[in-house]
Design a protein around this ligand. Structure first.
Ligand code: DC
Length: 226
């Protein structure tokens, strides 16, 4: 068995607060935050920009040959990581509802997963990383020391997503957001490759009734014990 990696993995469905929690936990531990979802979003945006159909795996695979993604720390505590795709800052573009749905579709393609998993493993190879996604505890860093699976009721996740989008000044339709969350859950869980599920050695944390800071304290407590 390989040495265990000084990596924290945080997986779970969309809208569960993984990004906020992972980013703040990484800051508290002085670790680097690795937002793997942002990388799937960047590939989806690249497809959109090049007019490539996300169900056409051969065409998507061609785009991967010239994929240049850089993740930079957020400018403030409230913001997500900055994502540079092919030299341009696409941090806002990758967060649109359309790109979210496309990201779910590209994430089901084996060639995309292989490519991004390899990049993520390189980024985490020396440890001191908090990796956030759907398969970071199961596939990307199976040897991570600390693994969490964050969950919350879909209605609560929809409520949080709606607040987040509204705080950015976007007009949102509540039922649409809940429907999108349920669809993405279904798509992410039933896909044959790297389906969304907790690693056997992950601790499942239900955050439906917990604030982000409470979840972080709980995780830090666990981490300090191991
Ligand atoms: O976490 P997010 O919403 O930014 O992720 C965008 C999409 O990418 C989401 O549909 C799931 C997918 N994803 C994945 O399949 N594996 C990961 N490790 C991270 C994200």
């Amino acid at each position: 068995m390989p040495d265990r990696l000084k990596v924290v993995t945080i997986d779970g469905p969309s809208g569960v607060g993984k990004s906020t929690i992972s980013r703040k936990l990484a800051a508290r531990m002085n670790f680097t935050y690795l937002d793997t979802g942002a990388m799937y979003r960047a590939v989806a945006l690249k497809c959109k920009q090049n007019g490539v159909d996300v169900s056409d795996e051969a065409a998507v695979a061609l785009l991967l040959e010239n994929l240049d993604i850089q993740l930079l720390p957020a400018l403030s505590e409230k913001e997500e990581v900055r994502v540079i795709l092919d030299g341009k800052d696409v941090s806002s573009l990758i967060r649109s509802p359309e790109v979210s749905m496309m990201a779910s579709a590209v994430s089901a393609l084996p060639s995309v997963r292989e490519c991004l998993t390899r990049m993520q493993q390189q980024l985490g190879a020396s440890g001191k990383v908090v990796a956030e996604g759907r398969d970071t505890g199961t596939i990307v860093f199976p040897e991570a020391i600390w693994k969490f699976y964050l969950d919350a009721a879909p209605e609560e996740r929809a409520r949080r997503r709606i607040n987040q989008l509204r705080s950015r000044g976007e007009v949102v339709h509540e039922e649409e957001i809940l429907a999108q969350i349920l669809k993405r859950d279904r798509d992410d869980s039933v896909r044959t490759i790297a389906p969304l599920k907790a690693a056997e050695d992950a601790e499942v944390v239900d955050s439906t009734r917990l604030r982000a800071d409470e979840v972080i304290e709980h995780m830090l407590g666990r981490i300090n014990r191991k």
